[in-house]
Write a protein that binds this ligand. Structure first.
Ligand SMILES: Cc1cc2nc3c(=O)[nH]c(=O)nc-3n(C[C@H](O)[C@H](O)[C@H](O)COP(=O)(O)O)c2cc1C
Length: 145
């Protein structure tokens, strides 16, 4: 059966806390690493930073996504990595970028309006994906390589 050989794709969403201030230097080095590696392993997704949090969506082959997530968990630039959602997908949601970057600003009126006390650690995975989708659709992506 041809479907047996097709790789299983998954979408993984996590939240973490940055250990140091989220400066552009730190972000740029994470993003450069991500873009190079993700392109090679066919991973796409979105990294959102702000208010001391990182929120990330990783999409791709299950084994690739799992391996990357294990590396990311060990990264000393952040802590309290918490898995928010993990599911098999037939279609990628963030397939245009090897890793897009969006900023989560507490002052963003849409964030305030739609998520008045947004705490990613208590939000559902679905809420987080909805917020990220909103941020990227409202023209927030800073880089779209
Ligand atoms: C918030 C955050 C997001 C990251 N996202 C990715 C990513 O999407 N892809 C990636 O290859 N590395 C990402 N990294 C970096 C990895 O943790 C790791 O440093 C990098 O893959 C290099 O691993 P290596 O030194 O074992 O080659 C991220 C790191 C942080 C802190």
């Amino acid at each position: 059966m041809s479907t047996m050989s097709r790789a299983v794709n998954v979408q993984l969403v996590y939240v973490s806390r940055a250990k140091a201030p989220q400066t552009t230097t730190v972000t740029t080095s994470i993003l450069l690493q991500a873009q190079v590696h993700n392109q090679v392993s066919g991973i796409t997704g979105l990294l959102c930073q702000g208010q001391g949090f990182y929120l990330q969506v990783l999409e791709g082959e299950r084994s690739k996504v799992n391996a990357l997530f294990q590396r990311i968990c060990l990264d000393t630039r952040h802590k309290e990595v918490e898995l928010l959602r993990y599911e098999e997908i037939s279609k990628r949601q963030f397939n245009l970028w090897s890793m897009a970057l969006v900023k989560l600003s507490a002052d963003d009126p849409m964030v305030k309006m739609q998520h008045p006390q947004f705490d990613p650690y208590s939000a559902s995975g679905e809420q987080v994906v909805a917020l990220l989708t909103h941020l990227i659709e409202s023209g927030q992506p800073i880089t779209a390589p």
